[in-house]
Design a protein around this ligand. Structure first.
Ligand SMILES: C[S@@+](CC[C@H](N)C(=O)[O-])C[C@H]1O[C@@H](n2cnc3c(N)ncnc32)[C@H](O)[C@@H]1O
Length: 295
């Protein structure tokens, strides 16, 4: 098996696939229908790859060499403790977004609400943030808002596969840039609004083919500076938040100062602060809704 994996790693490296060794192992495990840990064990014992598995593996490798995302080939993306179904039409959730979930859970702990927390996830995509929060918090109510039908359908599939415990989830077809205006019944109710919006500047076409050719454009591009759509979303978020409520938004490593500036231009979001991801790059900005303000 080691020779097969070494050959596959070389092929993927020649196609400039990042992490070719990890992807080879993941694809072989997928072709074999086994877990990565089982593959590692079989490799340790020098087991050979059955002919039928090799045939499938070669086909999968070929797709990966064409830079089809690993997660589209295996059909799943790992996000925190979830395995989300993904494919064409939905943004593949990224590891750095996992931090936003940690921040929201920490904030809800700090808030110590007497009531069941109510959270809104604007631009919910595959449901990564919505479903993680719903399954990791003992009891909350969360609404995910997604405009693109294909993405929403992936999230609905993911919803059926998780155990929500005492939490409740609603995945809504809606436009995050007008959501509060469309739903005045939700004004001032949210303890937290979280969003991982499209934030790539329109002209900054990503270099990696996996992103450029396979993540939906609607999930990537946020306007001329990348923050035009996020700025509209902030204005919806402040309407949804209760006084003292918490806003958190992902962005690119260069966008922290601009995101803080946009927050300070809203009527009611203040105490803006930007934090880094696991690699030390600025990744998300938080703020609180102040009390006593007319929106
Ligand atoms: C960067 S992806 C994030 C998806 C998911 N929250 C995650 O973290 O993996 C942005 C998502 O926003 C959706 N989207 C873009 N514009 C939107 C809008 N105006 N209203 C609602 N959703 C929108 C895209 O379809 C995409 O699913």
């Amino acid at each position: 098996m080691s020779t097969v994996l070494l050959g596959a790693t070389r092929l993927l490296a020649e196609a400039h696939v990042p992490n070719p060794d990890l992807d080879s192992a993941a694809l072989l495990a997928h072709a074999w229908g086994i877990e990565a840990s089982d593959l590692a064990r079989r490799r340790l014992f020098g087991e050979s790859v059955p002919a039928g598995v090799t045939e499938i593996f070669v086909e999968l490798l070929d797709l990966r060499r064409q830079r089809v995302p690993l997660q589209h080939i295996t059909g799943v993306a790992a996000f925190r403790h979830l395995e989300l179904k993904v494919g064409p039409g939905v943004f593949v959730p990224r590891p750095e977004t996992e931090l936003l979930v940690t921040e929201v859970l920490d904030e809800l702990e700090r808030q110590r609400n007497a009531h069941e927390p109510f959270v809104v996830d604007l631009c919910s995509g595959s449901g990564a943030i919505t479903l993680s929060l719903a399954t990791e918090h003992p009891k909350l109510s969360i609404v995910g808002v997604e405009r693109e039908t294909e993405a929403l359908n992936w999230s609905l599939k993911n919803l059926t596969a998780v155990n929500l415990g005492d939490s409740t989830v609603e995945l809504i077809s809606g436009d995050a840039t007008t959501f509060a205006d469309d739903r005045p019944d939700l004004w001032g109710l949210a303890d937290v609004v979280v969003t991982n919006p499209p934030y790539v500047p329109d002209e900054a076409v990503p270099r990696d083919p996996e992103v450029r050719e396979h993540d939906p454009a609607a999930a990537l591009y946020g306007g001329f500076t990348g923050l035009e759509i996020p700025a509209l979303i902030m204005r919806q978020a402040e309407k949804l938040l209760r006084p003292g409520g918490f806003f958190i938004m992902e962005h690119s490593e260069e966008q922290g100062p601009h995101a803080c500036e946009l927050i300070m231009k809203t009527a009611s979001l203040r105490q803006a602060a930007t934090y880094p991801d696991y690699t030390g790059r600025d990744r998300y900005t938080v703020a609180h809704r102040v009390t006593e303000v007319d929106l």
